[in-house]
Structure formats: C-alpha cells, structure tokens
Design a protein around this ligand. Structure first.
Ligand SMILES: [Zn+2]
Length: 157
C-alpha cells in the first residue's frame, strides 16, 4: 500500500494548535496544490466532539474562503483533532494561521445560528449533529492557546 506522509508524523512530538504544510504537489501543467494540517487540539489528549467539529467544518468552508485565495477544500480529520486544508498555489503557514485565527475569532464572537450554512435535511448529510455552542467554546479554547505557524515549536502568530 502507498505510504502516506501524514502517518509518518510523530503525533507525540507536535504542539497544537498549529498549522503545518503537509505536501505540495505539482500537476502536469505546473499548477501547485498545497495540503495543510490545521491541528486544533493536541493529538491523543483531546478531540473535538462531532457536533462542534461538524459546525466548525461548515463555517470554515466559508470563512477560510473569505480570507485565503484558492481554497479547494477543508475537511475534518477522522481523529477529530483538526482539518486538512487543500489550496491552489502556495501560502506560508503564517498566512494560513492568520486566516484560521480570523475565522475562529469570527466563530467565537460574531457567528449566529442563522449564519451557519447547510444545516437542514437537504444540504447536509447529518443535519441533526450540529452544535454552534460547542463550535464557539472550542474556538475560544484554541484561540486562548494561540495558533503556531510551526508544528514542533510554539511560534504563536
Ligand atoms: Zn454537514
């Protein structure tokens, strides 16, 4: 089976919350796609409950696009400690961390339930499993700890 970079990362050595560049891949026409690890909570110590994580997912889909060019997708890790962010082109981890921080601040301070996209039976695959309360409380916790633009050292932006 193909070896996957994410599974070679020593998850005991990282210091969340952080942004890490996982890979950059170049297409046959020279386009670059970047894949980032947005690690919101410490692996094997914490995990965001599914309802809060699900609502954060729906919100980051819009809020990161407001702040960063070329966003293709932002999807939660199965371990519930963070998200993959896939973008066209190259962004520094500092730039991504600033965008993530701004998005989480908006979730914590401004977002109301009516602002959350895709929360009905037609637009979501599990619309009953959302919690804006949880999304806000976890966003506050992540912001209190600060987001680092490096995974192994705390370099909070
Ligand atoms: Zn959904």
């Amino acid at each position: 089976m193909a070896k996957v970079e994410s599974f070679t990362l020593d998850h005991t050595k990282v210091k969340a919350p952080y942004v890490r560049l996982i890979t950059q891949e170049k297409g046959t026409r020279g386009d670059v796609i970047s894949n980032y690890d947005l690690r919101l909570v410490q692996p094997n110590e914490n995990a965001i409950p599914t309802a809060g994580l699900h609502t954060i997912e729906h919100l980051l889909a819009g809020l990161l696009r407001d702040r960063l060019d070329g966003v293709i997708d932002c999807s939660p890790f199965g371990c519930r400690t963070g998200f993959h962010l896939i973008t066209w082109g190259e962004h520094s981890t500092t730039e991504v961390a600033v965008a993530l921080k701004g998005a989480l601040e908006e979730i914590a301070e401004q977002i109301e339930w009516k602002d959350v996209q895709g929360t009905d039976i037609y637009s979501c695959g599990n619309y009953r499993d959302h919690s804006l309360f949880s999304a806000k409380e976890w966003s506050k916790k992540i912001l209190d700890e600060g987001i680092s633009d490096e995974p192994f050292e705390r370099n909070v932006i």
